[in-house]
Design a binder for this molecule. Sequence first.
Ligand code: KIV
Length: 267
Amino acid sequence: MSSMKPWTTTRIRACKGEQRIACLTAYDYATARLIDAAGIQVALVGDSLGMTVLGYETTLPVTMEEMLHHTAAVARGVEQALVVADMPFMSYQVSCEQALTNAGRFLKEAGADAVKIEGGRRRVDTVCALVDNGIPVLGHVGLTPQSVRQLGGYKVQGKQPEAARELIEDACALADAGLFALVLECVPKELAAEITKRIAIPTIGIGAGAACDGQVLVTHDLLGMYSDLSPKFVKRYAELGPIMQEAFMAYREEVESGEFPAPEHSF
Ligand code: KIV
């Protein structure tokens, strides 16, 4: 169990070289409570919720209102974990003013502790604008799902030397701009190790090998509740999908047969 002091971005930053960071996605109150009770340091309200709980094909259609709604539910369920809200596609790319207005809503209206944005050096001005105004930022480079149309699919990034160099420069520029941590998604493990060595803030990997300072997984993947995509980097710690389906079937059968409700369920 973690200490009872709540996790802050300052504490997460100070974990570099001291303690590995465990991060999971959370989209609702009940899951947030369980994640928090398990001592997970960071609850990320990822825009992956567009796919895992809203049934969209990609994260692109996710709206600010949807993210605010789910972030508020997670914030209500958490006592210790840091709550990070993912800024949805086109809620921060247009201008620094747009990013500031929308990021501010996550802290003010939904109770988030920080926001996450995707992208490399072109996000430096945005990160500076947010951090200068008291909004902590988690960066996200490598495979950035909001750019799936440009990337041509969910592919490993930074495999060629030039692309690897670009990613290192992105990571350094973003870290200098004031991020408290950086997500590295789907990059070769050697590149992730190099970036982790070069920057002074924690790296949080997903499909980026074991050298990162922390790891993040999509909770629905870890629990075996989402099978539309199954990336190689996912480890399933449980198979809740079939267990849930069995429970639903047992319930339907008992309702149909009249076995449920039994006398003890009735007033
Ligand atoms: O949206 C999300 O869940 C994410 C994590 C996978 C990093 O961005």
